[in-house]
Design a protein around this ligand. Structure first.
Ligand code: TYD
Length: 209
């Protein structure tokens, strides 16, 4: 019924915010599904391990985008669309905006090509609402580096890559301000979550204003 996505740089606290939002939605008795990209299906999880494996340094940007898109094509049809059709709220950790920001602005692949591939992969599915956890790239990487076990091939890229990604997100937000809600990720998790719940409450019609 409602498709909500979270975007943001590494270490911006997406996982915590999604967990708290899901807790709240379930307390309200709303059927809700949580997924993440890349992954979320058996096929997608295999693709994820190929994509993020730190040894796969030879992967070309073209391969990278096609693999992310293959995982997305699968999760949209196998999981997301059926749950939306059943009236559920689907909350996804990253969606195609990550491709535009990371592969488009970060890697420098042509945005028109990425949009075409992405639309093919999603069948045109667009989020109703996308949260952006806004955090300076350097601060996010510093947070992530504190848990090196989770360090992946994308995070190992240079700071200037992550700064291009952040600038890319800002361009995406400016182009479609009604779909995006920007959160200041330097605030406490509780303060951020209150804003998230307020916005989702308005979306689903529980709160007015
Ligand atoms: P993950 O461990 O899920 O990171 P995070 O907790 O930050 O979401 O790894 C996903 C990585 O893949 C992350 O660095 C962003 C990147 N990514 C892309 O480059 N393109 C995409 O289309 C998607 C979905 C993710």
């Amino acid at each position: 019924m409602y498709f909500i996505t979270f975007e943001g740089p590494e270490g911006s606290g997406k996982t915590t915010q999604i967990r708290l939002l899901l807790e709240w939605l379930r307390q309200q008795g709303r059927p809700v599904l949580h997924t993440r990209e890349p992954g979320g299906t058996a096929i997608g999880d295999h693709i994820r391990s190929i994509l993020l494996h730190p040894d796969h340094t030879e992967m070309t940007p073209e391969t990278e985008i096609l693999l992310f898109s293959a995982a997305r094509a699968q999760i949209v049809r196998q999981v997301i669309r059926p749950h939306l059709a059943a009236g559920e709220i689907v909350v996804c950790d990253r969606f195609y905006d990550s491709t535009l920001a990371y592969q488009g602005y970060g890697r420098g692949l042509p945005l028109e090509d990425l949009r075409r591939i992405t639309t093919f992969a999603t069948g045109g599915l667009t989020p109703d609402l996308t949260f952006y956890l806004d955090l300076e790239a350097r601060a996010g990487l510093r947070r992530k580096a504190q848990t090196p076990a989770e360090w992946n091939r994308m995070e190992a890229l240079a700071l200037d890559f992550h700064q291009r990604v952040a600038a890319g997100y800002r361009a995406l937000i400016a182009a479609e301000p009604a779909r995006w809600h920007v959160l200041d990720a330097s605030q406490s998790p509780e303060v951020i979550q209150a804003e998230v719940r307020g916005r989702v409450g308005r979306l689903v019609g529980w709160l007015v204003g």
